[in-house]
Each structure stands twice: as structure tokens, then as C-alpha cells.
Ligand binder design. Structure first.
Ligand SMILES: [Fe+2]
Length: 384
């Protein structure tokens, strides 16, 4: 087997590491940056802390604090205009996936003409931008280590991705102290997104030995530490291990990509406006049951990493059923609602099954999946 390892982002991880931002920029010889975040970062004092740190290090900065959820192309283009006019030498992105995606989109447009909608999908020949320093404040998206920016296209009323080396951060700074204030529901929703990255990367068509190792360790850490962080958000040890878990899962899915769970998640998210992590978790147990038909050895690894022992002579069906049960129990233990509890009617839910099979991620599924199979999975998960 020939294996290719792709993207890895140098990272500084640990409590208080965000206070090294100025120093890290100096070492990269960057003197002027655009700092990208949303209003929430200001309210909780995180952005001010980092701006003060930049100031102390003598780094000149321009603030772009207009990030909103599901970042629209218009925001990206506005930020890029400021970035070009100010001749910045770097971008510091502070926040969750939306801040990272906005910063990445801005970087694409620094040396490539707008609109951003010209650069959707995998882009090979884009002109480089400036170094991005990613400082995540949630443990879930893994965006600090990926080559992808998800952008909402306002005129087309849909989301799509720019996939390019220009989107890869130069450095990630993972400071668990920045996640201490994340409320329990968001801790669970973002943590379960990382779990979906890990289990899908492990069982998808592009997995490789390194992404497998990252996925397994990520699942193990999430199983151990997400319930602790959910119950007690002030537990710094749990927050730190969740940052590692999210980062490992991000590296795994940058190398191996995700499949059916995220195709369902994207479709449900777009149709019923459900937060990304929750949308990806809703049918994940059924996705593992489906995957076990061919990928039973990998699904058994998922079970083991979740603390569920598999009998030596277990059949693929038994492994699939075991994975479905253990995943659902874990998701439920974090009070993540099922589809019915989200007030979605079954008839409306089943209408989106054809759209799931048209999602680009389906190409990475362990084996071909039909609309009928997706319909069965949605029915099984509806009130589970
Ligand atoms: Fe995700």
C-alpha cells in the first residue's frame, strides 16, 4: 500500500499559550496583522487579552470583528478589502470555526481577485496569501489544522468550501484556558463534531495508518474527557485533553477526510438549521452500523476506543450493532437531542434523503450507499 501524508500544522499547545502570540509572530518576522474574531470574543475578554499581548510585543494590528456564524462571502470580501488596503503581513484568527473560515477566506482574496465564489472546491494554483495564526476557542472543528474554509454564498443561498493550501494556518496556538467559559451545550456540540471527524476518518475510503492512529487516540480522549468537560467546564485538564482530541481529529480528517455522517450533517444542517456538531451526531451510530458491513475491523477499533469490548469471534453485524449502541449511549449521555426532539417531522426529514446521496462526501463512503439506505438510517435515528 502506498500512503501519502498531507497536512500538518505546527502547533503550540498548553495553558496560557495564547500569551505567546506576539512572540510567535516576532519569530515569524511578522510586524503587522489583521486580527479576525466575532463580538463574543470581545464580550468575554479573550480578544482584548490577545490584542494587549500583541501590543506588548510591538506588533501593529488592525481589528476585523465582524465575524458571524456560517460566514458569508460578503463578510469575507469586506475583510479582504481591509487586509489588502492595510498591507498586513499576517492574520490572527481567534474563535471557533466561523472565525477560522472567515480568516482563511480573507487570505485567499489577498492575492486572488474577488469574489470568493470563484474559488470553490479544490484549488491547486491560487496565489499565496499571508501566514495565518489560528487560535481556536472551541474544541471541535479542528479547523486550525485543515486546508478548508466553509463559506455561505449569499446569492446562491448555500454553503460551499474553498480547499487550498492558502487556507492552511502557518501556526496553531491551542490554549485550553480560552475554552473554560464555553457553556455545556456548546462543549458537547463541538466535542461531538470532533468525535464525528475521528470515527469517519477511521472508517472512510481514504484512511491511512497515521490518520488511524490519530483518530483512535482522539476517540479515546473524547470518551474519557468530553463528559468531564461537559459536567465541569472549569476542569482545565479536561479542556486541555479535548484540545488535543480536536486537533488530532482535525489532522486525521485533513489526511483521510470524512464521509456519510458529515454528508447527513451538512444536509440536515442546511435544511433544518441545526448546529454543525449536533447535525453530524444525529445519525452517526447508524453510519457506523452501515460501515461495519465492510469496515468491521475499523468499526471494532471505534468500539474499543469508546471502551466497548468486542468478542474475538464477533460477526460484522454484531460489531455494527455494538458500535451503534455504544455511540448512541455516549451521545445521549451528553444530552444531545434526537431528531424528533428537535421538532422535525419524520415526513420532512425523509424528504432530504436524496440530497444526502448527492453530497460530495458520499464519494468517500466505505461502499456505495443508496437513497433507500439513507432513508432507513434516518428512520432508525429519528426517535432513538
Ligand atoms: Fe465537522
Amino acid at each position: 500500500m502506498i500512503t501519502t501524508y498531507k497536512v500538518f500544522v505546527p502547533s503550540v499547545i498548553g495553558s496560557g499559550s495564547s500569551l505567546r502570540t506576539g512572540l510567535e509572530l516576532k519569530q515569524l518576522n511578522i510586524k503587522k496583522v489583521l486580527v479576525v474574531y466575532d463580538e463574543g470574543m470581545k464580550k468575554v475578554g479573550i480578544s482584548d487579552k490577545i490584542l494587549n499581548n500583541l501590543e506588548a510585543a510591538g506588533i501593529e494590528y488592525i481589528v476585523f470583528d465582524k465575524v458571524i456564524p456560517d460566514p458569508p462571502d460578503t463578510t469575507v470580501e469586506e475583510g479582504a478589502k481591509i487586509a489588502r488596503e492595510s498591507e498586513i503581513e499576517g492574520i490572527v484568527a481567534i474563535g471557533g470555526g466561523s472565525s477560522m473560515d472567515t480568516a482563511k477566506g480573507i487570505n485567499v482574496l489577498i492575492n486572488n481577485k474577488p469574489p470568493i465564489s470563484k474559488y470553490l472546491g479544490v484549488q491547486e494554483g491560487l496565489k499565496d496569501g499571508v501566514p495565518i495564526i489560528a487560535i481556536p476557542t472551541t474544541s471541535g472543528t479542528g479547523s486550525e489544522t485543515t486546508n478548508m474554509a466553509v463559506i455561505s454564498l449569499t446569492k446562491l443561498n448555500k454553503k460551499d468550501s474553498v480547499v487550498s493550501p492558502v487556507c492552511i494556518p502557518k501556526l496553531a496556538i491551542l490554549d485550553p484556558e480560552l475554552t473554560l467559559g464555553l457553556p455545556p451545550n456548546m462543549t458537547a456540540a463541538t466535542g461531538i463534531d470532533a468525535l464525528a471527524h475521528a470515527v469517519e476518518s477511521l472508517t472512510g475510503a481514504h484512511s491511512n495508518p497515521l490518520s488511524d492512529a490519530l483518530s483512535r487516540e482522539s476517540i479515546r480522549l473524547i470518551h474519557k474527557w468530553l463528559p468531564v468537560a461537559y459536567e465541569d467546564g472549569s476542569n482545565l485538564e479536561a479542556r486541555e485533553f479535548m484540545m488535543y482530541a480536536s486537533n488530532y481529529a482535525g489532522m486525521a480528517f485533513t489526511n483521510a477526510l470524512v464521509h456519510v455522517g458529515h454528508s447527513i450533517g451538512h444536509t440536515l444542517g442546511a435544511n433544518f438549521h441545526i448546529p454543525h456538531g449536533i447535525a453530524c451526531a444525529l445519525v452517526l451510530p447508524e453510519v457506523m452500523e452501515y460501515a461495519s458491513k465492510t469496515e468491521y475491523k475499523k468499526v471494532a477499533m471505534v468500539c474499543e476506543a469508546l471502551g466497548h469490548e468486542i468478542k474475538e469471534n464477533a460477526t460484522p453485524e454484531e460489531i455494527g450493532q455494538g458500535a451503534k449502541k455504544v455511540l448512541r449511549n455516549f451521545i445521549k449521555s451528553l444530552d444531545i437531542p434526537n431528531i424528533k426532539e428537535l421538532d422535525i417531522k419524520l415526513e420532512d426529514l425523509l424528504k432530504v434523503a436524496p440530497a444526502v446521496t448527492q453530497d460530495s462526501g458520499i464519494a468517500l463512503a466505505p461502499y456505495r450507499i443508496t437513497t433507500k439506505q439513507v432513508t432507513e438510517m434516518l428512520k432508525s435515528a429519528y426517535n432513538a
